[in-house]
Ligand binder design. Structure first.
Ligand code: BF8
Length: 629
């Protein structure tokens, strides 16, 4: 499709990336525009800004603001879902219902909301109120933090990083990074970690939980991925962004027999819904809706010339879609009240009228089918089947069965060495890297080295395209020990856990592994690591920080924009470990990335005293590659 773009003279993200000269000051975190005395750029000649702020202060403040933005994105998404939950509970919309009462009751328990003998909607109302309160400032730390292991809570207490509210922590961080307030880079960084904890253990966890309550907790589901899911014979609608509320209704509308008949009446074979980015992941996980691609493929999806409508909500939506769509008949419709873009049509999403809006949009997409120029249609054949839907509950049930759901077999496999450890590989694509070219090789090497991989976001879509998300992948790519465990349970060695807010599922899984016993008492004890090889967004910066604050090693394929602040860089990659047990590492090559992760996992195994029990002899890399047929 990139060749097609060139042929047709359509500009894509790769063209802009090639033409862009990255600013060295920005890359190293050394440009400060927090006031109008500058902007100041730190160099050997000008080591301080106008106010006297040095490189570490400036880089730490810039980083803090990125985490505040990332946290805001995840958490505002969570807040919108809480709003929808409240509307359902109050009977203000019939477009949604409580899809998972069990999850509602489990989450209500956290807030000590009485559930016995009460109407489901009354519990939902109380829960929505309690969740709303997590955003404001409270005297006590946020309740969701109590889900973390006790040792982790004690670490946070000691470091003074327990957030007292999501919005509060963001506002406080923005205040601290205003000109003339907080200048000690490590103190700024503590505020950054506090805010990131409010993201992972607050806003993101709330977004995941309420999505499960409203749309259902995911179970394994079959689907297919890549641009080949777009059908030349069907009316194609692509949903893109992050918030699932409208897309869920669109998915329902696309299944409506009357709507399918309407499409057939217009000469189409039916309606094909697919998704991009994390809206795709949300409706994939619960409905099995196919995925057209990840972040960098959004322009390419439009360029197939066969997309009648692309519905975009918030986050990771490129404004360039307008100019690509202008070359075709594709309508790009912005559906969030927050997000308008020149060249996009707008429909202001309303929870009260969501189902009606969805039907109107689908009908309008069908009407647009007649405007498709068949000569411009060019759809690549690539399409891969895969399995997604691995919520923590689904993994529990796969490991132990529905009535004795347990993580025990997983813990035992880790303890006896058939599984060496667990890695969460998450995050974006970035045009600075080959599309999927850092994620896929890393995941392949990890599973070849006995590491079970948990995925989310665009990284999950990368691996699905590479065929790593099928049960057969265990036989083809995993080490003998890992393959044996996966085949016994019937899971791929690489598990798709959802969208980027669903990184909170990885935190929950870590807590459940610890609860099961035998692998330590804190997340920092686990033979586990996280990686975002192709990260690009501020949300990824926030995610990295909350994993580090939770005690994990987080490996990034390129450094955070801090390398100009030598002390800050050292703090993030070494110093932070002393207080939190987690740290960052930057590395761009797969071989070194694998080495860093395996060394970390082995160090944790040794500390747990389970290295000696490993009975398997590891094959060398060459032999492992030979397994990759
Ligand atoms: O929130 S992985 S490119 S889509 S930011 Fe964006 Fe990055 Fe994709 Fe999911 Ni997450």
């Amino acid at each position: 499709m990139r060749d097609a773009a060139k042929r047709r003279g359509i500009e894509t993200v790769w063209d802009r990336s090639a033409a862009n000269v990255a600013c060295k000051f920005g890359l190293e975190g050394l440009c400060c525009k927090n006031c109008n005395m500058g902007p100041c750029r730190i160099s050997a000649k000008t080591p301080r800004g106008m106010c006297g702020a040095d490189a570490d202060t400036i880089a730490a403040r810039n980083l803090a603001r990125a985490v505040a933005a990332g946290t805001s994105a995840h958490s505002d998404h969570g807040r919108h879902l809480v709003h929808t939950l409240r509307m359902v509970a109050e009977g203000a919309t019939d477009s949604y219902r409580i899809a998972d009462e069990r999850k509602l009751f489990e989450f209500a328990e956290l807030y000590k909301i009485e559930t016995r003998g009460r109407a489901v909607l009354d519990v939902a109302k109380d829960l929505a109120r309690a969740l709303d309160a997590e955003f404001a400032h409270a005297e006590a730390p946020m309740k969701t933090l109590s889900q973390a292991p006790l040792k982790r809570q004690a670490v946070w207490e000691k470091a003074g990083v327990k957030p007292h509210g999501i919005d509060h922590s963001v506002v406080e961080l923005m205040h601290r990074t205003h000109m003339g307030v907080d200048h000690a880079f490590d103190h700024v960084e503590r505020g950054t970690l506090t805010t990131a904890i409010a993201d992972g253990w607050g806003g993101s966890m709330i977004a995941t939980a309420v999505s499960d309550i409203l749309f259902g907790t995911p179970k394994p589901v079959l689907s297919s991925v890549n641009l080949g899911v777009i059908s030349k014979d069907h009316v194609n609608i692509v949903v893109h962004g992050h918030e699932p509320a409208l897309s869920d209704c669109v998915a329902a509308a696309c299944e409506d027999p009357a709507m399918i008949e309407y499409a057939k009446g217009k000469g189409a074979a039916g309606i094909r819904l697919s998704g991009i980015c994390c809206t795709a992941n949300e409706i994939l996980m619960r409905r099995g809706v196919p995925v057209a691609g990840n972040f960098l493929q959004q322009e390419l999806a439009v360029m197939t010339g066969a997309v009648e409508m692309m519905l975009v909500d918030v986050q990771c939506v490129m404004p360039s879609l307008a100019s690509v769509a202008a070359c075709f008949h594709t309508k790009v419709v912005a559906t969030s009240k927050l997000a308008h873009t020149a060249g996009f049509e707008t429909v202001a999403f309303s929870e009260e009228r969501a189902m009606d809006q969805a039907r109107t949009l689908v009908r309008s997409a069908i009407d647009n089918f007649a405007n498709r120029n068949r000569d411009k249609v060019e759809i690549p054949e690539s399409r891969v089947d895969f399995v997604a839907g691995f919520s923590v509950r689904a993994i529990h049930e796969m490991l132990g069965g529905r009535f004795r759901a347990t993580f025990r077999p997983l813990n035992d496999a880790i303890i006896d060495g058939r599984i060496r450890g667990i890695a969460g590989v998450v995050g974006c694509n970035n045009p600075k890297k080959n599309l999927d070219g850092s994620i896929v090789p890393l995941v392949k090497e990890l599973v070849a080295n006995d590491v079970l991989v948990l995925l989310s976001g665009c990284a999950a879509i990368s691996c699905a395209k590479a065929g790593l998300l099928s049960p057969e992948a265990a036989r083809n790519t995993a080490s003998p020990g890992l393959a044996e465990v996966c085949e016994a349970i019937g899971i791929p060695p690489v598990l798709h856990m959802g969208s980027c807010v669903d990184n909170s599922r990885i935190l929950s899984a870590a807590c459940d592994v610890l609860r099961e016993g035998g692998l330590g008492e804190d997340i920092s004890d686990l033979p586990a690591a996280g990686a975002a090889p192709e990260w690009m967004s501020e949300k990824a910066v926030a995610i990295g920080h909350y994993f580090v604050a939770s005690g994990m090693l987080v490996l990034l394929g390129s450094p955070l924009h801090v390398t100009g602040g030598e002390k800050l860089d050292g703090f993030l990659t070494r110093g932070v470990e002393e207080a939190f047990g987690g740290r960052f590492a930057w590395s761009s090559g797969t071989a070194e990335q694998v080495k860093i992760i395996l060394e970390h996992i082995d160090k944790k195994r040794a500390a747990l005293g389970i290295n000696a029990k490993r009975s398997r002899v590891l094959l060398d890399m060459k032999e492992r590659r030979a397994l990759d047929v």
